[in-house]
Design a protein around this ligand. Structure first.
Ligand code: NDP
Ligand code: 8X3
Length: 250
């Protein structure tokens, strides 16, 4: 049976790479993000493989989320796979120096955004007694590191929600998986360092970081196991990284 996946944060990095591997494996796509131009380009590129619909909204705006999901064309309304991926770090500083705007952004997008999207999609899955939710956490959701404070808190929340979903949705036959990557070379650090490209590049220099396609490949593996198999939690590091702060650089 051809399945439909709803991917948040599909305009770059892990979300975009996941869209590509899903498309090549004949999974229908609902691609989401705030950058409409990128959604359009991705749709043009992937439509040769599969059916693609796009939704342009901000996950942290509850009304936008609800309105966008309600607006899906009829043949995209059944969502079999939800990839809760949208999110970013904003800033990297001590708790005493961090800004409340950055804290708001991380909690609103990484935690509340994930909840708003899930709340809109879970009822159709419980109704059908079937579905798959993949939550993209982070090693920041497993360990706290210096200056990571609120980003780590937001990803610890994702880790908790991943477990909570698995518990609450258990009786509905819904699979729930958390994937927690270490350093992945995407636009993530550019966002964290507010457009400072050189600083962002230095995060991934001197070693081979994970690539977005590595995580997408793992997501695809996880969602293609037989239905009775649920890979509930995966922590994925680059070989050069042992903990959030121990990195074997040249
Ligand atoms: P990118 O910056 O490349 O991608 C982030 C994606 O999230 C973009 O598509 C962006 O789309 C979307 N997004 C951000 N804010 C919003 C918002 N308010 N509303 C809707 N979409 C939003 O980073 P990654 O691909 O690396 O990050 C993807 C996920 O992986 C995140 O949850 C991140 O925390 C997690 N992660 C990343 C790691 C890394 O080292 N890169 C490691 C561990 C976890 P747009 O701007 O168009 O809205
Ligand atoms: C992204 C990886 O180590 O910057 O979640 O938190 S880290």
């Amino acid at each position: 049976m051809v399945q439909t996946a709803f991917i948040t944060g599909a305009t770059s990095g892990i979300g975009e790479a996941t869209a590509i591997i899903f498309a090549k494996n004949n999974i229908r796509l609902i691609l989401c993000g705030r950058r409409a131009d990128r959604l359009q380009t991705l749709k043009e590129n992937l439509s040769k493989y599969t059916a693609v619909s796009t939704l342009n909204f901000d996950v942290s705006k509850r009304n936008e989320v609800e309105k966008a999901i309600k607006s899906l064309p009829e043949d995209f309304q059944q969502i079999d796979i939800l990839i809760n991926n949208a999110g970013n770090a904003h800033g990297l500083s001590t708790i005493q120096d961090g800004t409340i705007d950055d804290w708001d952004a991380m909690l609103d997008i990484n935690v509340k955004g994930l909840l708003y999207v899930s709340k809109a999609i879970i009822p159709q899955m419980t109704k059908r007694n079937s579905g798959f939710i993949v939550n993209i956490g982070s090693i920041a959701g497993k360990e706290v590191y210096p200056n990571g404070n609120v980003y780590c808190a937001s990803k610890h929340a994702v880790n908790a929600l991943n477990k909570a979903m698995r518990i609450d949705l258990n009786k509905y036959n819904i699979r729930v998986s958390g994937i927690h990557p270490g350093a992945v070379e995407t636009e993530f650090s550019e966002v964290r360092f507010k457009g400072d490209v050189e600083k962002a590049k230095s995060v991934y220099s001197g070693y081979k970081a994970l690539q977005a396609a590595d995580i997408a490949d793992i997501i695809h593996f996880v969602i293609t196991r037989p239905y009775h198999v649920n890979i509930e939690d995966l922590v994925v590091y680059p070989t050069a990284q042992a903990t959030p702060t121990i990195l074997n650089k040249d």
